[in-house]
Ligand binder design. Sequence first.
Ligand SMILES: [Zn+2]
Length: 386
Amino acid sequence: MKYLKTLSLTIFIILNSSCTEAKTKKETNKTTQTESKTTKHSDFIQQKITDNLYILKNPNYNTNVGVYIGEKEILLVDPMTGNNNQEQLLNAIKQLSEKPVTYVINTHHHMDHSGANTFFKDLGATIISQENTKYTNATYDVTFKDTYTLNLGNETIELYHTVAHTFDDVLVHFKSNNVVFMGDTYMTNSFPHFYYGGGSKGHLSIIDKALALGDATTAIVPAHGNLNITKNELTTYRESSVKWMSRIKQLHSEGKNSDAIADDAQIQQLSMVFNDGKDVSKQNIQRTIDKTIAVDFVDTIELNANALKNYEGIYQYENGQVDEIILQNGTLILRSEGNYMYEIVPILETKFHIKGQFPNKYLTFDATNTQFVFFNGKERLTAKRK
Ligand SMILES: [Zn+2]
């Protein structure tokens, strides 16, 4: 019975892990171990985009792993997670080319994109990520802030950072091959997912950036779902995203909760559009709406920059973990190296909502700003200013 419980929990974790938040190292190891059991007999599907660019996909995570075969080397975009998957992925790559894997680029840190970083690093690859990866548990070597260019013989690969799905999203543009990888900022089989980073504004901003790259024939690769998407299809996805966000905004402003919003006919129709024409459970729609409200439509109060600045500092929990609060572009960021990065917004003079988190999480400061209590949805953890 205990085994059955573990197994069903494992399946649940796998089904729900395509866009998970940064997990603690302990949780990550647990996921990896359990996943390896279920992927033993699975295999990778190979799909060609251009003569030099392929996608390898494994049924468990369905992440579109990009394989670029250069003159001397191989570059991967988003190697997925899992011990057995890693060996299988390497075998699948070797069927395409025996050249060494020299570079790995992550579109963001989530484990179904970065999980095999260490495996390929140990084989000699350099991992390239956006610098906010420092605040996650993903492995990285080279980081950049806004843009990064990699010249590999005939191909130039340009990376662009925008906060959208997470704080470390990267668009990957293969200029000669005329292909753009969008990571989880575009999935053809799932709702728009912009809760852990830039909200709906960031979501549209990164789509606009992708639409501006290359030319009318540029192929767009979503991280999950169909391949070789045209810019017209991405434009349609953008329009659907706008309808989705404005409908939620309208119904929310009319005082409807997520339960009532999920019953709306237009919301249900858009849910099918986002999920490859498949019916989606009301629970799933409602959870997505709750997260959208938690990142975009929380009632905040106005605090000026000086007032916000008072909260900046280094705070330490009893277990030794350190959080940093900084003011960045007019908003407060709570971040912890190796753990997490959140935007926090004031809902009271001393209480801050953590954006995109549902069930809601809060930071509550004492009157003198010398300590806060972080309610993480389960427990209250006190951190004192250092
Ligand atoms: Zn993700």
